[in-house]
Write a protein that binds this ligand. Sequence first.
Ligand code: ATP
Length: 237
Amino acid sequence: MLDVVNLQANYGAAPALWDVSLNVAKGELVCVVGPNGAGKSTLINVIAGLHRAKGGKLAFDGKDITQLPSHRFCSTGIAIVPEGRRLFTGMTVLENLELGSFLPHAKQQRSASLARVLSLFPALKQKLQSPAGSLSGGQQQMVAIGRAMMSRPQLLLLDEPSLGLAPAVVLDMFKAIRDINAQGTSVLLVEQNVAMAMEIARRAYVLEEGRIVADGLAKDLLERPEIQKAYLGIETH
Ligand code: ATP
């Protein structure tokens, strides 16, 4: 479904991604984990058309989308939940959600999409008329994911959905992401929360200093001593 081949990205002259290749198959939940500054947000932003690639190729459903203008990305079937959520905080929760369904095919299915979002995130039912900015951090993250789901994406890109959330809320968030995937949406998740991300993902890539340094089935990567040591704080002797 998504093929990223030898992707390179820079900020000015400074490289942020070097020859990154990865893929997400239809129906898969794949995560990219790595430390602060590894290039995870850059990768998600390049795939969503928000940052231009310097080299390499992006293909979605067999179509080359490397040079697609950013405003055309929504209609390809890719939706992004950016780091920091970027909600319209003065608008109501319902208005924020409806903004996700502005394209004609999504608008037609707006009420069914809203019902699905509210079944994923029941806490939002009582908050539909509240300003998005009045919600807790966890609820705002639910609105951001809900808004992306209102566009009926085939592929959902999630940039650090657990950032800044309390542990109990993080658990709910990961459960919702797993449910979204189980209901048929492919997911590419980037996370610093390695243990939780690998728990729900089928496959994982480890990104360090702009390069993929390991990849495989998440359950296999979790058994590797170097991953346990670097990311899970487990020392094996
Ligand atoms: P974090 O978890 O902190 O968001 P990350 O893995 O998402 O980290 P990126 O934000 O993609 O990493 O950053 C990758 C590299 O690019 C870092 O060295 C960062 O300092 C640099 N960088 C990111 N955004 C910019 C920018 N707008 N201008 C210049 N350099 C940037």
